[in-house]
Each structure stands twice: as structure tokens, then as C-alpha cells.
Write a protein that binds this ligand. Structure first.
Ligand code: GLA
Length: 379
């Protein structure tokens, strides 16, 4: 059918730069070779139909003229409706009804940002239906706005930006203050493994919003001393050391400031062709700081990082994404095998009485419209 459009948006791995995006920092992420596939077509009625076999509450319908927030097992539809709402407010949405069907090969709730991928896949399809095309930067902002305003998560642009700007074998670097995007080559012969604890990290109900507020509070105190500091990542370590500030805010700020330094060292290292063996410890240091200072880790995640780092083939490991559950990223040599991963999973099972899922991903291309010829979807 010629009025049918198809799109893909990948999940992402947060490589380094934990909770820096909404603090005006620079972050590193990689798009992965798994994501959300979407197909959409116009309908004659002013009605939307959202379908997905991958999510609970698998069919959702309603009027495009009166959007309402969804709850319970239909909550996944909010990522689509949020995008529709932002597009409507910008006069970019289809003026007719439509049906949108999603399919995914991403593990859910594993810290791989299926939500941003749903938003980007939806946005691309709806824009294509209304014969609009936007620069990726704008697509990212529309999807973030949908998540901030409709879904209610005060996230930054790491997830949407990485999913939009991903490239094969490269890491996406985002300067979140300037909203500028670039990519850096990754060393060859390394692999990414994700160990998913299966502990659901529903960021909307978790402490994500609390951490976001604590960072804002820390910034307010810092700015009272030095008005030239525009965002928390710009705070000098020396200032932070000597400032009077509640202990919890000091710890959050310390994480942010030191994490920013790690990101810069990492991306300099990538550009100077440093060895993974030299760069990997920065990931592990990031995790330690999450655990001690940002307090967004869990004993289960700490356990995985500790076990992984005993392995020679592991360069570094850290929680990936918002935290409070979800998954650990291990950056490994290519020799790290399925059998090695299984051993780690067994050790985890011994300790925590359930087995984590594990997956290996390739750094891959970003979100795009698909031709009928390369459609992997959809029924
Ligand atoms: C989640 C959010 C991102 C980012 C990370 C933490 O994935 O959606 O915007 O803040 O947590 O770095």
C-alpha cells in the first residue's frame, strides 16, 4: 500500500556520562542493533489505533482530537501520544486519523531505552504521514518534550540523541548544553555485553525525579557563590570541596563533576587511540561513583560489576541508564564468549537466586525511515 510508512529506532547503551544530560554535560552513548520497528498508515476516521504485540494492552484506540493520558497496561501508548501531542502543537501532526503498529526485538526494562526508541519510531512515522521532514536535532527535542511533558520524566537528551545519531561502530558524543552531536570511532575487536538483573527500574516511579531535583538544588547553592556557573557540570572540583552544602547534595554534585571529567578523558582517549585496557577503568570508576555518591545503584548491580571486573577479558563495567535497577554494561575484548557470560550469570544466580538475562550488541546505525524493501516488520 503506498500510503504506508515504516521506521526504525534503535535502543541505546549509555556508555559513559551518568545523569549528566540534564545537568548540561557531555555524554557518550551507542545505538545498538535492536530497537523498535513501526509501520503506520492513514485512516479515514479522526481516530488513532496503536498496536503492539510486544507490550501489554496491545490495542489502544482514541480520538486524535481529544488525547488523554493512558494508564495501567496501556501506559506504553503514552510515548506515542506524547509525540502526537507535541507534533499537533507544532502543526506537524497528521490531520487525519492513523494506525501505528510497533514491534520490538529489544529486551524491555533493561536500561536500553525502549521508550526513546518508541518515541523516535512514532515521530518519524507521523511526520512521514504528514509529509514533513525535520532535522534530527529537532526530532530529538520533540521526543524529549513528549517524555518530559506527557510521560512526566524530567530526562535529558541522551536516549533520544543516541538513538537518532547512532552510527555503526561509533560512539555518539552529545554536548547537552549546546545540543550538538558528533561521533567517535570505537576501538576494534571489543564487544558490549548487557547483563539485565530483571529488576524493574520504572524511572517514573523511581528516584530519578528526586536526583534531578537534588542536582538543581546543588546548582542553586553553587550559583549563589559563583554566578558564572551555568550548569552543574561546570562546577570546579575546588569550589565543591570548600562549599557548605547538605551532604546528599554534595555527593550528587561530586558524582556529576567527576563523571564529566571521566567523559572528557574517555573521549580524548578514543581520539588518541588509547587502548581499551587504559580506558575501561573509567567505566568502572563511574559505577563506583554511582554506587557511593549518586546512590542510584543496587547491591545486585554492584555484584555484577565486581564479578565482571575479575575477568581479564573485561575492560570495564558499570550500570547503564538511570539506575535503581536495570542492567550492567560490560565492555569486553572480543574473546569474551557466551560461555564467559553464562559463568557470570551463574555466579549471580548463586547469590541472588534468579538468573540475569545477558545479551551482546553491536554499535549500530541510528533511527531512520525504512524502504519497503528493508522492512523487517510487521503484522
Ligand atoms: C535515563 C534518562 C536519560 C539519562 C539517564 C542517566 O536513561 O532517560 O535522559 O538521564 O537515565 O544518565
Amino acid at each position: 500500500m503506498n500510503n504506508t510508512v515504516h521506521a526504525f529506532a534503535p535502543g541505546r547503551i549509555e556508555f559513559l556520562g551518568n545523569h549528566l544530560d540534564y545537568n548540561g554535560g557531555t555524554v557518550l552513548g551507542t545505538a545498538i542493533n535492536a530497537g523498535i520497528y513501526a509501520v503506520a498508515q492513514m485512516e479515514n476516521e479522526p481516530t488513532f489505533h496503536l498496536r503492539s504485540k510486544s507490550f501489554e494492552g496491545s490495542v489502544i484506540s482514541g480520538s486524535i482530537e481529544k488525547l488523554e493520558k493512558l494508564s495501567g497496561n496501556q501506559s506504553w501508548g503514552n510515548y506515542c501520544l506524547g509525540v502526537l501531542k507535541v507534533l499537533q502543537d507544532k502543526n506537524l501532526a497528521p490531520t487525519q486519523g492513523f494506525s501505528l503498529t510497533l514491534r520490538t526485538d529489544l529486551p524491555m526494562s533493561a536500561g536500553l531505552s525502549s521508550s526513546a526508541a518508541v518515541e523516535l519510531a512514532t515521530a518519524q512515522c507521523l511526520l512521514a504521514l504528514s509529509k514533513q521532514s525535520l532535522p534530527k536535532e529537532e526530532l530529538v527535542n520533540i521526543c524529549r518534550q513528549a517524555e518530559n511533558e506527557w510521560v512526566g520524566l524530567p530526562c535529558g537528551i541522551l536516549d533520544q540523541g543516541t538513538s537518532a545519531f547512532g552510527e555503526t561502530n561509533r560512539v555518539v558524543q552529545i554536548d547537552c548544553a549546546k545540543e550538538s552531536y558528533s561521533t567517535l570511532p570505537l576501538p576494534l575487536r571489543t564487544s558490549f555485553w548487557i547483563f539485565d538483573t530483571g529488576i524493574k527500574h520504572d524511572l517514573i516511579d523511581s528516584h530519578y525525579g528526586t536526583r534531578n531535583q537534588e542536582c538543581k538544588d546543588a546548582l542553586t547553592i553553587i550559583q549563589a557563590l559563583d554566578g558564572s556557573i551555568e550548569c552543574l557540570t561546570q562546577c570546579p572540583v575546588s569550589l565543591l570541596q570548600n562549599i557548605e552544602i547538605p551532604e546528599n547534595l554534595k555527593k550528587r554534585a561530586q558524582h556529576v563533576v567527576e563523571e564529566q571529567a571521566r567523559v572528557h578523558r574517555f573521549s580524548d582517549g578514543l581520539q588518541n587511540k588509547s587502548l581499551p585496557l587504559e580506558l575501561g577503568p573509567l567505566l568502572t570508576a563511574s559505577h563506583k561513583s554511582s554506587s557511593l555518591n549518586f546512590e542510584n545503584s543496587l547491591p545486585e548491580l554492584d555484584f555484577l560489576v565486581e564479578e565482571l571486573c575479575k575477568e581479564e577479558k573485561v575492560f570495564g563495567a558499570r550500570l547503564t541508564g538511570g539506575g535503581f535497577g536495570g542492567a550492567v554494561l560490560a565492555w569486553t575484548s572480543q574473546d569474551f564468549s557466551q560461555a564467559d557470560a553464562n559463568l557470570i550469570a551463574l555466579e549471580y544466580e548463586n547469590e541472588w537466586k534468579h538468573k540475569p538475562n545477558y545479551h551482546s550488541f553491536l554499535p549500530s546505525k541510528g533511527a531512520c525511515l525504512l524502504d519497503h524493501s528493508d522492512v523487517k516488520l510487521v503484522n
